[in-house]
Design a protein around this ligand. Sequence first.
Ligand SMILES: Cc1cc2nc3c(=O)[nH]c(=O)nc-3n(C[C@H](O)[C@H](O)[C@H](O)COP(=O)(O)OP(=O)(O)OC[C@H]3O[C@@H](n4cnc5c(N)ncnc54)[C@H](O)[C@@H]3O)c2cc1C
Length: 346
Amino acid sequence: MNEKKAYAAYYDNDIRMKSSSGAIFSLLANEVLEKKGIVYGVAMNASCTEAEYIGITEKQDLEKLLGSKYLQAKIKNIFKNVRENLVLNRLVLFTGTGCQINGLKKFLQKDYKNLICVDIICHGVPSPALWKEYVGYMENKMQGKMEKVNFRCKDQGWENFGMKEYGSSKEVYISKSKDPYMQMFLSDFCLRPSCYECKAKTLRLSDLTIGDFWGIDTIAPEMNDSKGTSLVIVRTNQGEKIFNRLISKSSVKVMEVEYDDATKENPAEFRSVYRPKERETFFIDMKKMDFEELRKSYLSLPIKQRIKNAIKKILKPVLKRARRGGIKSNLDYGMLMQFNVGEKNE
Ligand SMILES: Cc1cc2nc3c(=O)[nH]c(=O)nc-3n(C[C@H](O)[C@H](O)[C@H](O)COP(=O)(O)OP(=O)(O)OC[C@H]3O[C@@H](n4cnc5c(N)ncnc54)[C@H](O)[C@@H]3O)c2cc1C
């Protein structure tokens, strides 16, 4: 394919409320499962302390893969398992971050016609060690074990999402602007070192890329019903064939858009996040402090400083682009969610 094609799309069914964006992942996964294929993706483990890759063959297991898990997932021996199924000529859908797809392709060392690769637009993955600390902190607060977590609860809408955590004795909902883990993630303090210089931004080996269609209201407001809209980027002929087949279904709403317009407010598609100066000390402190101390140290900056930081962050890419020529929108995934600089963290 010479040029990438971009679409706003959503799968109009109940599953969308359990998905982070427009449920395009589940649409693809259903198709593969109906053809007796195998779908690989990321699930939380039973104790909610880790995210890990699993392969599923039954629709009843699809729920485990739904929704973003905002921490680095364990790959374990999944690449070997993928190859075994490919060699058996089974249809395989592998979904993950761009770097994980590139890793799989490098491992396989050859192309397989029965492999579909779909990456998610990725702003960066947080440290699994930080997540474990946070689970302990929340279990203390909830006075019970964490049994389930939804990082992208849409009870208050797709754009205004929050974390929903189900403990053994109660459940809690914390808006994205108040949850300390989400704030550490969106402030980019806790991402893996390679995320700040992500090679997958310029080398994408997937057939399709899916993400949130941030900025949909300026491009196609009729495609936003607050339940979630996906941005779909078609990168290969194989991806185009699959996507065209899926969108012929009446339950799929779709609109072709210009790639540049579609990615204006989602620079994670083409650019790594900036490494904040606090990144170094954050990880040193994470080993010394408990989660509450870490929260107080990094999220309780005086309001003046937080506003200053937010403005600096907004201006940095604008100035950079202006220097290169051609100013685009300055909103990015993190920024979009960080505008509540005045809100206190709980
Ligand atoms: C760490 C992270 C950062 C992200 N950053 C952005 C961003 O900057 N901009 C943007 O538009 N979208 C981002 N997304 C993607 C977005 O949140 C949705 O995952 C994507 O749009 C798919 O949504 P869906 O509704 O089609 O399906 P969903 O049901 O929400 O998708 C689930 C899919 O995500 C995969 N997945 C979940 N957690 C992980 C993980 N930890 N590692 C690898 N794969 C995972 C599952 O395997 C499955 O394929 C990010 C996701 C993650 C996990």
